[in-house]
Design a protein around this ligand. Structure first.
Ligand code: FAD
Length: 502
């Protein structure tokens, strides 16, 4: 019988996507005959941003045998318990989207119904006070989540803020140590097979030609293989997501780093502030339809509180997705597969799930169309669900002070999001689709932060006297306050565990 297995895998691009794929796939296929080659051009370089992650990143590197402390030391990382949204609902108002649960469900009824019932009875309380993750973040403290929490009040998770360039270097080390071959050269031509248009090989500026059976395109926004060679097509989402440019800049680290990402609403977009151990990452993501580049740059410079380390750098992007992430024998990963702005730090997480899909649906040289369809369908739905979550942040704003924010209120929601919002408002119910990255607790944080609350409380609570809820909910808040009081400041935690030994 003919051996149809893929023998040569070629990854194009050595940014975060390329090296994460190389490290993870080399490990997945360890000991087997698969050869993995990565081609990158140090002349072209990488995008050089991407510092905030979500908790799945920890599972990703742990699978590679790396511990939290090793990664934090290697990447100058700080801990991230969530995201603080400043001025998104209204100027001067903030809320935190934590990685974790709110309160305790009682008698099988979700906690938020009890919280609403108490509020409707005249005792409004802050949802954040029922989340250990959010409360630690607000207090500037950090501790690792308890291994065996005695109740859901102790359930939270954390991620990292890291130097993405250092993380890519770490991934490169893991990949090369395990046998990935690296070629530093510019791809000058992509050669297609005349019979079926599949990619056969790549010509490099050095004169070398690299052949492969399967190609992973991690070449960044341009999509060297998936778009420039195969003309796959792009589905823009700029009618729903207006931001299309960013200025990014690093600044000196001053004071204790916060254990959360700060995202602050501005006149035509929003600004991120990400603390690392030795500096801050800052950037203004904005809509070029609503503000000039000069004005955006000036707004950013005026807002960053510490000295800038260089002049801000502009990045242009087109929100949307590649129509087919897998086309013929090319799979796009990272920026080559599409882009959603970094508001919820999802790009690196989508690289992780892309790698999981490659592992789960790894083809042979027949390239069965069913595999490709499944991969594309899965990728599309996953990215659309993230898109919906991000759109919600814009659409639900109550600012009304600038054309950008008013235009956001007028966005026509995709049906999938409209259905979610309707069912939550009518019944406090969370619609869940397949392959969603964000769980109900995350949706709850955003609904509550934007005051999009259901009028109706679960009828199972009709027989509950609201006054009887006051004491148990106060107990929950107290239990959280006590844990927060005993936790160390985030800076002290970093000092103890993350500074490399001198
Ligand atoms: P790149 O870093 O662009 O790498 C492309 C690679 O392809 C490079 O190695 C380049 O040399 C190579 N290449 C290109 N052409 C050729 C050629 N002809 N020959 C050889 N090699 C070639 N993500 C997050 O998860 N969190 C964040 O907080 C976050 N913030 C972001 C902020 C902004 C403003 C932007 C734009 C993105 C942000 N991202 C964030 C996304 C994140 O930066 C990317 O997902 C991540 O860095 C992956 O990039 P990449 O590897 O796909 O592409």
């Amino acid at each position: 019988m003919q051996d149809n297995r893929i023998r040569k895998l070629v990854i194009v691009g050595g940014g975060t996507a390329g090296w994460m794929a190389a490290a993870a796939l080399r490990r997945h296929f360890q000991g087997g005959p698969l050869e993995i080659t990565l081609v990158e051009s140090s002349e072209i370089g990488t995008i050089g941003v991407g510092e905030a992650t979500i908790p799945t990143i920890r599972g990703f590197y742990q699978q590679l045998g790396l511990s939290d402390i090793e990664v934090m030391q290697a990447t100058q990382a700080t801990c991230k318990l969530g995201i603080r949204f400043n001025g998104w609902t209204r100027e001067g108002q903030s809320f935190i989207h934590p990685f974790g649960l709110f309160g305790q469900d009682l008698r099988g009824v979700p906690f938020h119904h009890y919280w609403r019932k108490l509020a409707q009875a005249g005792e409004p309380t802050d949802l954040q006070d029922y989340s250990l993750g959010a409360s630690l973040a607000a207090a500037g403290k950090f501790m690792a989540p308890p291994r065996n929490p005695t109740s859901s009040l102790g359930i939270f998770d954390w991620a990292l803020h890291f130097d993405a360039g250092l993380f890519a270097q770490l991934m490169r080390r893991v990949a090369e140590d395990n046998g990935v071959r690296r070629i530093d050269a510019r791809v000058t031509q992509v050669n297609l097979r005349p019979e079926d248009g599949f990619v056969a090989s790549l010509d490099l500026h050095t004169g070398e030609t690299v052949e492969g059976d399967l190609f992973i395109d991690c070449s960044g926004f341009r999509g060297l293989l998936i778009e420039e060679a195969l003309g796959t097509g792009y589905e823009p989402w700029n009618d729903m997501l207006f931001c299309d440019r960013a200025y990014a800049v690093q600044s000196e680290g001053v004071g204790d780093p916060a254990p959360y990402t700060d995202v602050t609403a501005h006149s035509a977009g929003w600004r991120w502030r990400i603390p690392l151990q030795h500096r801050y990452g800052n950037g203004y993501v904005y809509s070029s339809r609503h503000i000039s580049d000069e004005a955006a740059l000036a707004e950013l410079k005026a807002a960053v509180p510490d000295p800038l380390l260089f002049e801000p750098r502009q990045i242009r992007f087109n929100p949307g997705r590649r129509k087919r992430v897998w086309n013929k024998n090319v799979i796009a990963l990272g920026l080559a597969s599409g882009f959603l702005e970094p508001l919820e730090s999802t790009s690196i997480a989508l690289i992780e799930t892309g790698i999981d899909k490659i592992k789960a649906l790894f083809p042979d040289r027949d390239f069965a169309p069913e595999l490709i369809d499944e991969f594309n369908d899965w990728s599309r739905r996953e990215m659309e669900r993230v898109r919906d979550f991000i759109i919600l942040h814009y659409w639900a704003n109550k600012r009304g002070d600038a054309a950008f924010w008013r235009d956001c209120n007028a966005i026509t929601l995709p049906d999938t999001l409209q259905r979610k919002v309707d069912l939550f408002r009518q019944r406090g119910h969370f619609v869940r689709y397949r392959w969603e990255m964000f769980q109900p607790a995350s949706w709850m944080a955003i609904y509550a932060g934007f005051e999009l609350l259901p009028d109706m409380v679960d009828p199972a609570l009709d027989g509950v006297d609201p006054k009887s809820l006051s004491a148990p909910l106060a107990e929950m808040r107290k239990a959280i306050r006590e844990v927060v009081a005993s936790a160390p400041p985030h800076g002290a935690f970093l000092e103890q565990y993350c500074r490399p030994a001198a």
